[in-house]
Design a binder for this molecule. Structure first.
Ligand code: EPZ
Length: 429
């Protein structure tokens, strides 16, 4: 199993290109199930989760092709991938596949909309919490689907097709909003979704669906209206930049100090996180095609953070920000409101000398003057990168084990940090 070894102490200086967003690419790839035409996605990141979803979609009959060599090939650019679901050969998503990646549960929306039936394994819990699927079931039932749970499978049927309706989510869910957008696009009549997730990835999916012929308005706000159409066509769509990768490297630069430009991304995708970094003492400048982060000499100020759905502070940056706060000049409180068990990085950060105490959903972080390198264990995707961030300033050597978590969501991390002066290397085997 690969490990990442970091020798702490270097500042970061240079440019880091930001990849396409994992959490946009996944629902966009799933949207290819809605049409027998080809959906072409540009700027698809090279990530383990993308490869896994390609395999899962293949099981339903989706072919894919990757564009070949180009005259000017920029390694920072993601791939262009063509997805074609000419014929759906299987409407079952089996446990063996869904259990590997929770987002694959989302195939239930397009399968039900196009094939009028789907049998999808319950995804089960995961390291960050229980993560139920009740909101998906209630939403799809509102569109006229009959849904039963049979031996660990969600069995959904709508023999006459889905029918538009008004549905209010009792709680904001990114995945359930994605699924409702895809399902309602092919339903008869109008659907209005209230209390929808406002994440940029939802707006990106809606933009792609509209390019495929859907009639969606209001995505990016909490009320989305979808006028159902009878069929969708192919389209070409560019995956938006990864705001969590952007925020992660912004925090890394604030932690290590130095001067880093994040290119190919937009400050508007993560305003709250960037404001929080400013409060912590980083200098953040919005550029036309990126963001510049500097911290030269100034200390790190403690800032309290509460995670919230977009546009609030993202739960997917909570672990990274906690790593930064371990070196703040004082005490900060970090409250996690989205997932009940997303504090597994705490005990690993403690191995490096961080002082963190947990009480329910709140972590109290007392900044320390120095961290000491140590072997640590990655427990989930964002937790693992928080350990890399801590390792950047820890004395001596930090080894992050179980790097496969990191590979699910960060492309060429060691290269990107290494190009800015960090001593980060992957040890294979
Ligand atoms: C998406 O997960 C992201 N994943 C997560 O990123 C992210 O942390 C999360 O949104 C919140 O922003 C992808 O986009 C692939 P939710 P999702 O449904 O859609 C509860 C990462 O590190 N809930 O918005 O699964 C749920 O338990 C990942 O890249 C129900 O109660 O998250 C949670 O408490 C991890 N019932 C809350 O809603 C349901 O039916 C929000 O979850 C569905 C969700």
């Amino acid at each position: 199993m690969d490990r990442i070894r970091i020798r702490g102490g270097n500042t970061l200086n240079g440019t880091i290109p930001i990849s396409g967003a994992k959490n946009a690419a996944l629902p966009l790839m799933i949207a290819s199930l809605l049409t027998d035409d080809t959906l072409t996605l540009e700027n698809v990141p090279h990530l383990a989760d993308v490869e896994q979803l390609i395999r899962i979609l293949g099981n339903h009959g989706v072919d894919y092709a990757v564009s070949g060599k180009r005259l000017v090939q920029d390694p920072a650019q993601g791939r262009t991938i063509h997805f074609t679901a000419r014929t759906i050969v299987d409407t079952t998503a089996p446990y063996e596949l869904v259990s590997k990646m929770r987002a694959s549960f989302w195939v239930i929306g397009p399968l039900l909309a196009r094939m009028h039936k789907a049998r999808v394994s319950l995804p089960g819990g995961c390291a960050i919490g229980t993560r139920p699927v009740d909101l998906f079931i209630d939403g799809l039932r509102a569109l006229g689907a009959t849904i039963d749970i049979d031996r660990g499978y969600v069995v959904a049927q709508a023999p006459g097709g889905l029918v538009g309706n008004r549905f209010r989510f009792p709680k904001v869910s990114v995945g359930a909003t994605h699924v409702m957008l895809m399902a309602a696009s092919l339903a008869k009549g109008e659907t209005v979704i209230e209390n929808a997730a406002r994440e940029p990835e939802v707006a990106d999916l809606a933009a792609c669906l509209n390019a495929m012929g859907a009639r969606i308005s209001g995505a990016g706000t909490s009320t989305i209206t979808i006028e159902g159409v009878t069929a969708l066509s192919g389209a070409r769509h560019r995956v938006l930049p990864d705001r969590i990768e952007t925020g992660t490297y912004a925090i890394a630069a604030a932690m290590a100090g130095g001067d880093v430009t994040l290119s190919g991304t937009h400050a508007s995708l993560l305003s709250t996180a960037l404001d929080t970094l400013r409060q912590a003492g980083a200098e953040v400048t919005e550029l036309n095609d990126g963001i510049r982060i500097r911290r030269n000499g100034a200390g790190i100020s403690p800032v309290d953070v509460v995670t919230d759905p977009f546009p609030g502070f993202p739960t997917d940056l909570q672990a990274q920000f906690m790593a930064l706060m371990t070196r703040a000049d004082g005490v900060s409180n970090i409250t996690e409101t989205i997932f009940e068990n997303r504090f597994m990085h705490v005990q690993e950060l403690a191995r490096l000398g961080a002082k963190i105490s947990l009480s329910g959903q709140v972590a109290r972080v007392e900044g320390v003057a120095k961290l000491e390198g140590a072997p640590v264990m990655a427990t989930d995707l964002r937790a693992s990168v928080s350990l890399v961030i801590a390792g950047l300033v820890a004395d001596g050597e930090t080894t992050v084990n179980r790097v496969y978590h990191l590979d699910r969501g960060f492309e060429r991390l060691e290269e990107k940090l290494g190009a800015c002066g960090a001593e980060v290397e992957r040890i294979s085997g």
